[in-house]
Every structure is written in C-alpha cells, then in structure tokens.
Design a protein. Sequence first.
Length: 278
Amino acid sequence: MSVLEIKDLHVSVDTELGSKQILRGVNLIIEQGQTHAIMGPNGSGKSTLAYAIAGHPKYHVTSGSILLDGEEMTTLSVDARARAGLFLAMQYPVEIPGVTVTNFLRTAKTAIDGSAPPLRGWIKDVKSSMSALRMDSTFAERNVNEGFSGGEKKRNEILQLELLKPKFAVLDETDSGLDVDALKIVSEGVNRAKSNTDLGVLLITHYNRILRYITPDFVHVFVAGQVVESGGPELAVQLENEGYDEYVKASAAAAAAIASAEAADAAVTSAAAPAVNA
C-alpha cells in the first residue's frame, strides 16, 4: 500500500515584497484508498499546500519533507513527481492553445508510463471516461480548456485523473464554480477513480457540499498554515454550522503568545549582554 507523508512542512512563496512564509509545520499521512479533506478560511494556505506537493516553482520548501513511499519528493521536478504517482487538479485550470485534449492526454500518459498505451484500448478508455463524465465526444478534438466553461474545465481535470491513474490526487477546490449537476458528475468521477485504482485523495474545499458525494475518512481544519484540528466527517458538518471563527481566534491568540514570549526572551538576552561584557 502506498503512503503519502507530509512531515513538518514549511513553505514560503515569492511575492512583490519578497518571500513570505505560508505553511508553518504541516503534518499529514495519507494512505492509498483514503480520502482526506482540508477545510479552512480564505488565505489559510490550503492552495499553497497543493502547489507545494505538486512542485510549483513559485513555492519554496524551507524545511520539512514530502515523502511518497519513503521517497523524497521535494527534490524532484514536477514531471518526476507525476511519474512517481502525484496528480494535481487545479482550482483554475489553464488553457493550452494549439494542443487538443486527445493529444494532451496521450502524451501525458506516455510520459508517465514510459511507453505509449495501445491505441485501440486507449481510444476505448477515453471514450468511456468522457461518456461517464457527460462530455461530448467533440471535446476530444478541441484545444485543452480553450473556450471551456468552468464546469467543463473541472470535468476535463477529472478525465485526466481517471485516465492517468495516479496513486494520489490533490483536488484544489474542484467544487468551486460547479452547479449541483456538475458537482455530482465530478464527484462520481473521483469516486470511480478511487474504486478502480485505490486512489488516495487530498480534497481541498471551503464547503461541506462536495463531501456529501465524496465521503472523507478524515477532515482537517487548516488555519494560518497549519492543521489545527482533525476529525471524521462530522467535523465538516460542524464547520458548516459554526464556521472557522473559533479556530481563527485561537490561532491568532497562540501566535500572539509566541510573539510575546520571543520578545520577552529577546529583552532578557539584551539586558544580560552588558553584564556579560562588563
């Protein structure tokens, strides 16, 4: 059984004002076949975690590890992580002009597996997955995400997930912008991938609604770049009813206490310095 382990992960991001620390010691263990939901307010670092796992060059791991079956991922390129079994479904899928969905999928599959899939079986798999996702067959010859609606882009992400068959998928707010029907279709695709390949899922979301269709084994509350509480599916219901305010206040209070203690230590050190020099 494969395991994705995130150990004491600290990540900073490049901004116009310089480097800014976002993740402050994240610890998670996700086993293949499990679904872990990350829930938290805006700006808490959820997407930063997703991009750090995938290897986005803008996000820098300053300490900690991302291990897939014991192999360190933080030293690998994005494509090497994909070949190892990681997949990211983006919150805002990008358009790729001049590259058709068919060519993109087959090229990606070949790069990950190391050889091209047998053509007849591959075409059958593509058609089957597109049909299950209620995607018109004409989408196969359209450029990737070009002119697609928000819902169509999200279905295309799940099409990739089903066909590329990773060990672990990070779904970054896949439910955003979806109406009820599209949400059900996308959720069915994720559940199908889990059933067919024992996929491990890290699902990032603000809301409980997608968790009504994709049942999590664990729910983690994410605030200020850290996991501040973990529980079962009932925690998601609690968050929907009560919000994140309690956790945000507790996190702010803890940060203030740490800052105060550090300031006190600095003052003591500064006061002791003249005595030592004397």
